[in-house]
Design a protein around this ligand. Structure first.
Ligand code: SF4
Length: 744
């Protein structure tokens, strides 16, 4: 035996003796994993495992770096089509989620009243028995069960749908605060395709964004950031132009060549005014419009009659000259792409904005053109066998729609990947909805404001400890899917992934459920689906057996096929793009008003570090200074220079922001990049129950928003909430700002 081995075994033996001693000090069991590792490794040698980031909808491929069996770092996967070696700060912070001290470690059953925060740890057998006992009586009327989820990724959505159908018609409600529902709805209306499209930014010359926080938080920051970087600097001698429209100088607007500070809620009007100029001056793609579209006449007549630049200039706050010039540039310097997102499509007139912007793209002939817009092809997964007796399933329904419906009547609710108690205002009625449902179970890796209202908490492993897949949307215009497997031999804590729990509880709910969900694990279910990619015998992995294909896909972090042509076929009854005017009539002229009592619009935008708030529990991201305001570990309210002068507010002053929903206090940040009638705040802070690093830190502007109107089809009313501001002097209110360190 070598000296080093002798010393190691002596230490292990000695330590084991200590640990077996009942008098060992608390926490000494932590020594064992360091000296008796759960998996084999060579000390000091690093390992890399391909994995996927699920922190936002980007679905970036990552490489997890392990040293001595510990996850120490993640980097972008250089071969993955979305990330191409890149990752954002939220991806980089993920190892902190893995070893976070506030992770849920075992199933928890509520003790006492809901919301009290008293829990008892139980075994998984007990938790599954409890879940099955609560669900079994509902099988006679399957609609008594509802799922409430965020936007489910990959085959998780298929598993939930299958469980709901086999259960007898369980319902599925969706709440994704900064989601893409209106953009997908717009493309369904005009192209017959319910999808967020891919944008060929690398070959575009001119990009106009309506509210979309592309670089910092929208949909796929790494993908958009790289595409826009190439647009601007990736082609020697050719520099594309980025124009950002919105009331607030966002990170994207700061990176743009031109920022047009339009009034909140006027994006649809502005897009239609640009369309007016393009049509009036005959500068649109006439060949595309003639050959591939329908309904243009009614759209043209409407736009020419009502949206002349001089007509909309006063309302939008953008001068007629600017509108004329940008429209001219769009036509002259194409290929041009218009992209709508975030506040511009979330709230009143959101669908009108999304439709108006797709019409701009149609006028530019952007669909299916190099430097334009594509619809990603669905990878050739093997479909799961049809159910013998499938129940009628309603389409997933927005939570805002459910909250407005008094006849919901669910008896049990399974919550996963969404936190409506944080992201919705109290007046939305989410607390009433929960209190009327006798049993609530919540899945997740961390307790939050919504799981606090549950009866049973079922802890999930992190992305590094489970099998999962994703079809990123937006993708890159080809057929692709991301895949993740566990980076470790077993989860760090006693956790199980939500799809695995559904499979296991399905076994307890009767033979028909067991037959409908026949896989022993989610890994098995994924392997079945992914065998279709092996059978296709094309793309990045071509193997001789499905087993070898699966291993290669795990090692690569997914499968992609660059040779697949992007889909440019419209799936409307006539096979043509439809110039729908209905949503425009309903929403393009509707502009919210401020009042003398509340003379500002509140503009809430997704945070670069926290998104909608789901990443606020990671201290690395709390420590990260916001690139525009310098804020760390807290919140600021951004006020314009004019408003600051009017109210005598200076940088760092505590300011109360009040709406019809309530009031919050945050430090002021006086910014030049803001319309004078707007105050702005980033979402993400102000948690009341989200672990030691996020709780009671900063303020939550989402709580001030008006409740979402189901007619908008949006999850939040990000546009149109009127607020007042006042400088605060009393000490208690100042302490409530919760800001530990603000760089002002
Ligand atoms: S862009 Fe989204 S998916 Fe990609 S690394 Fe960042 S948080 Fe993760």
């Amino acid at each position: 035996m070598k000296r080093r081995e002798f010393l190691k075994s002596s230490v292990v033996a000695g330590t084991a003796g200590v640990l077996l001693d009942a008098c060992a000090p608390p926490g000494s069991e932590q020594i064992i994993p360091l000296l008796i590792p759960e998996e084999q490794f060579i000390p000091g040698v690093e390992e890399f495992h391909a994995t996927t980031c699920f922190e936002c909808s980007g679905g970036c491929g990552l490489l997890a770096r392990k040293i001595d069996g510990r996850l120490v770092k993640v980097e972008g996967n250089p071969t993955h089509p979305i990330s191409q070696g890149g990752s954002c700060a939220r991806g980089q912070a993920l190892p902190q989620a893995m070893y976070h001290p506030d992770r849920l470690r075992s199933p928890l059953v509520r003790e006492g009243a809901r919301g009290d925060g008293h829990w008892t740890e139980v075994s998984w057998d007990d938790a599954l028995d409890r879940l099955a006992a609560e669900l079994a009586p509902l099988r006679a009327d399957g609609a008594g069960l509802a799922f409430l989820t965020g936007q489910l990724r990959g085959h998780r959505r298929e598993l939930v749908r299958r469980f709901a159908a086999a259960f007898g018609g369980a319902r599925h409600w969706v709440h994704e605060p900064f989601g893409d529902a209106t953009v997908r709805r717009a493309h369904e209306l005009v192209a017959g395709i319910d999808a967020f499209p891919a944008h060929d930014l690398e070959h575009a010359n001119y990009v106009v964004t309506f509210g979309a926080a592309l670089v910092e938080a929208s949909r796929s920051p790494v993908r958009f950031g790289r595409g826009l970087g190439h647009l601007r600097r990736g082609r020697p001698g050719q520099r594309g132009k980025l124009v950002a429209i919105g009331p607030h100088l966002s990170v994207t607007a700061a990176h743009a060549d031109e920022w047009l500070p339009a009034r909140p809620g006027t994006d649809a009007m502005l897009a239609l005014s640009l369309a007016h100029v393009l049509i009036r001056d005959d500068r649109y793609d006439r060949a595309f419009v003639d050959e591939r579209t329908e309904g243009f006449g009614a759209f043209r007549d409407r736009v020419l009659a009502a949206f002349a630049p001089e007509t909309v200039a006063a309302t939008t706050g953008v001068s007629a000259d600017q509108i004329e010039r940008v429209a001219r540039e769009m036509a002259q310097h194409g290929p041009t792409i218009a992209i709508a997102g975030d506040a511009a499509v979330t709230g009143p007139s959101g669908l009108a904005t999304a439709v108006a912007v797709t019409h701009l793209n149609a006028l530019m002939g952007a669909f299916g053109r190099k430097g334009g817009i594509y619809f990603d092809l669905v990878p050739p997964f093997t479909p799961y066998p049809a159910l013998e007796e499938p129940s009628e399933l309603e389409e997933p329904r927005p939570l805002a729609d459910v909250l407005a419906d008094a006849s919901v009547g669910a008896r049990a609710l399974l919550v996963a990947g969404t936190n409506p108690f944080f992201t919705l205002p109290a007046a939305s009625g989410v607390a009433d909805l929960f209190s009327n449902i006798p049993f609530v179970a919540s899945f997740g890796s961390f307790a939050d404001e919504t799981s606090r209202e549950a009866d049973l908490i079922l802890p999930e492993p992190t992305a590094f400890e489970r099998f999962d897949d994703d079809v990123p949307a937006p993708g890159v215009g080809t057929s692709m899917a991301s895949l993740s497997g566990p980076v470790f031999v077993r989860p760090l804590h006693d956790t199980r992934a939500m799809p695995d729990v559904l499979l296991q509880v399905g076994q307890r709910l009767g033979d028909d459920m067991a037959a409908a969900l026949p896989w022993e694990s989610y890994e098995t279910a994924l392997r079945v689906a992914w065998s279709g990619l092996h059978d296709a015998q094309r793309g990045s992995i071509v193997e001789t057996s499905a087993d070898r294909f699966w291993r290669s896909a795990l090692e690569s972090g997914g499968w992609w096929d660059d040779s697949t042509a992007a889909d440019v076929e419209f799936v409307t009854p006539g096979g043509r793009y439809r110039f729908e005017v209905g949503p425009l009539l309903a929403g393009a002229g509707a502009v919210a008003e401020i009042t003398a009592e509340r003379p500002f619009f509140l503009h809430v935008y997704p945070s670069l570090a926290f998104g909608d708030g789901r990443s606020a529990h990671l201290p690395f991201l709390q420590e990260l200074a916001d690139p525009m305001t310098g804020t760390r570990w807290g919140s600021v309210v951004e006020v314009s220079v004019a408003a600051a002068e009017q109210y005598g507010i200076a940088n760092g002053d505590p300011v109360a922001v009040g709406s019809a929903q309530g009031e919050l206090v945050a430090r002021a940040r006086v910014v030049p990049g803001l319309r004078p009638e707007v105050v702005a705040m980033a979402a993400g802070q102000g948690h009341t129950d989200y672990g030691r690093y996020a709780t009671d830190r900063g303020a939550n502007p989402l709580a001030l928003l008006a409740p979402p109107d189901p007619a908008d089809g949006s999850e939040l009313a990000l546009v149109g909430t009127a607020v007042s501001i006042r400088k605060v002097t009393d000490v208690v209110a100042v302490l409530r700002t919760g800001s530990r360190s603000i760089d002002v």
